[in-house]
Design a protein around this ligand. Structure first.
Ligand code: DGY
Length: 437
């Protein structure tokens, strides 16, 4: 069974790979290149087609702007099956945006550093992969420099996101209280996502009004970072985003040491890194909840909800071993019941939990992959094994869907996976997980 699934995973990735040298997350629903998807996809390719893995990363990094920014979607083609597309985002408003690719003017979690390191770990021909990394690594460094220079107005070592789409966890209930502080106009637009996927599994129309309104404010200011920091109604320090930056910082340090030279760069990253880890632990840990939380920088208050992002610091070696114990206890207590698959994206004991709706509850394979590696690293062998086993079981049961119900019994006559099918990162990270003990 697993061998067949492995072949199927490869077939999913190969079918989603495009002539332009990038991989779509899922046909129909997501017809372009997404930043964090691309990173996870490259890890899958690295196991069986190194050249495709390199191409995926090369193409993404080729879309980098002159200020080091890497956009969340690269619009390689004209395609009217997605909204909002290139004409809405208008990345050309920013003076340093790519002249070659149209894109969004927002980013997504900083995966590129740790992805290069994973590609090195997986590669059979280490010398060849290190040569590839030498070609690309300074772009990743420039991207981190962009974050610390432009996204950290109080110089805390914690970078902000200015849009919920930058978090990757698009419609998390964590944002609900921020939406209450805003009153956007009613936009008149045609949704495309709900022509591909049942509306009950996607964000609401009113949520899209909020999403579009934040982009409009950024566009009115030509995507200028300082103006966005001053004016965006959404400004959040996100534990997942910052954990991935910290994980990627460490990857850059390790890879630069391996390459040799680069003392100045290594010194800078070490400085960013120690400040980031300290602030992360001081500011984002909520001792009463026993978990890391998001911080609303616009309204200056912590957002006290537990999500799968709350546990992501395990992936980046951020908590002390004692704090890691607390985190895992919280996870198992609230998310880990025998009637559930690990790991729901939002606290199943909270009123806002919805097991079918995108990031308001369902299980996501990329989160499970990060948590699996983090748990393993801290020595939580049994929980790590369950995280991997649950991920594989969900894929065996339902296929390579975008997200899954965490309830073992959904009460449905014909239970199914949710969102897009033949979803690239579910396939890519399945490949990586079955290859990792
Ligand atoms: C979408 O369109 O839902 C995407 O996830 C945005 O990145």
């Amino acid at each position: 069974m697993k061998e067949d699934l492995y072949k199927k995973a490869i077939a999913v990735l190969d079918a989603n790979f495009q002539d332009g040298g990038f991989t779509i997350p899922s046909a129909g629903l997501y017809p372009f290149q997404w930043k964090w998807d691309s990173g996870f996809i490259a890890i899958g390719f690295a196991h069986y087609d190194v050249e495709k893995a390199k191409t995926e990363m090369r193409t993404l990094l080729d879309a980098q702007w002159k200020n080091g920014f890497i956009p969340h979607i690269v619009f390689h083609t004209e395609n009217d099956s997605y909204f909002p597309g290139a004409d809405f985002h208008q990345s050309e408003l920013h003076p340093l945006s790519s002249k070659r690719y149209r894109s969004t003017g927002m980013t997504q979690p900083p995966v590129t550093g740790f992805v290069l390191q994973e590609m090195y770990r997986i590669a059979d021909d280490k010398k060849d992969m290190l040569n590839f990394i030498k070609e690309e690594i300074d772009k990743v460094y420039a991207n981190h420099e962009y974050f610390y220079k432009n996204r950290d107005p109080q110089d805390e070592g914690l970078v902000y996101i200015y849009h919920n789409w930058e978090s990757g966890t698009d419609n998390s209930p964590v944002w609900d209280d921020i939406w209450k502080t805003m009153n956007p106009p009613e936009y008149d637009f045609v949704r495309k996502d709900t022509t591909h996927v049942d509306a009950s599994q996607r964000p609401s129309k009113r949520e899209y009004d909020h999403y579009l309104h934040i982009i409009d404010i950024a566009k009115q200011n030509n995507y200028n970072d300082a103006k966005i920091a001053e004016l965006s109604p959404f400004l959040v320090q996100d534990p997942l985003f910052n954990a991935m930056l910290i994980k990627s910082n460490q990857a850059l340090i390790d890879l630069y040491i391996q390459i040799g030279g680069n003392e100045e760069r290594i010194k800078n990253i070490i400085k960013w890194q120690s400040k980031s880890i300290k602030s992360f632990n001081d500011k984002l840990f909520d001792a009463d909840l026993g978990a890391y939380v998001h911080y609303d920088l616009r309204n200056e208050n912590p957002i006290r909800h537990i999500t799968s992002s709350s546990f992501s610091p395990l992936f980046a070696n951020i908590p002390s071993p004692e704090r890691a114990d607390v985190l895992v206890n919280t996870m198992m207590d609230k998310f880990g019941g025998e009637d559930k698959y690990l790991c729901a994206s939002f606290d199943p004991t909270n009123d806002r939990f919805n097991p079918r709706k995108y990031w308001r509850g369902p299980v996501w394979i990329n989160m499970n992959w990060m948590l699996f590696l983090g748990l393993k690293n801290y020595g939580f062998t049994d929980v790590a094994a369950r995280m991997k086993q649950d991920s594989i079981e969900l894929i065996e049961k339902y296929g390579f869907y975008e997200y899954f119900d965490c309830r073992k019994d959904t009460g449905d006559e014909n239970p199914t996976g949710y969102g897009g099918n033949n979803f690239s990162w579910s396939a890519a990270l399945f490949i990586d997980m079955v290859n990792t003990d």
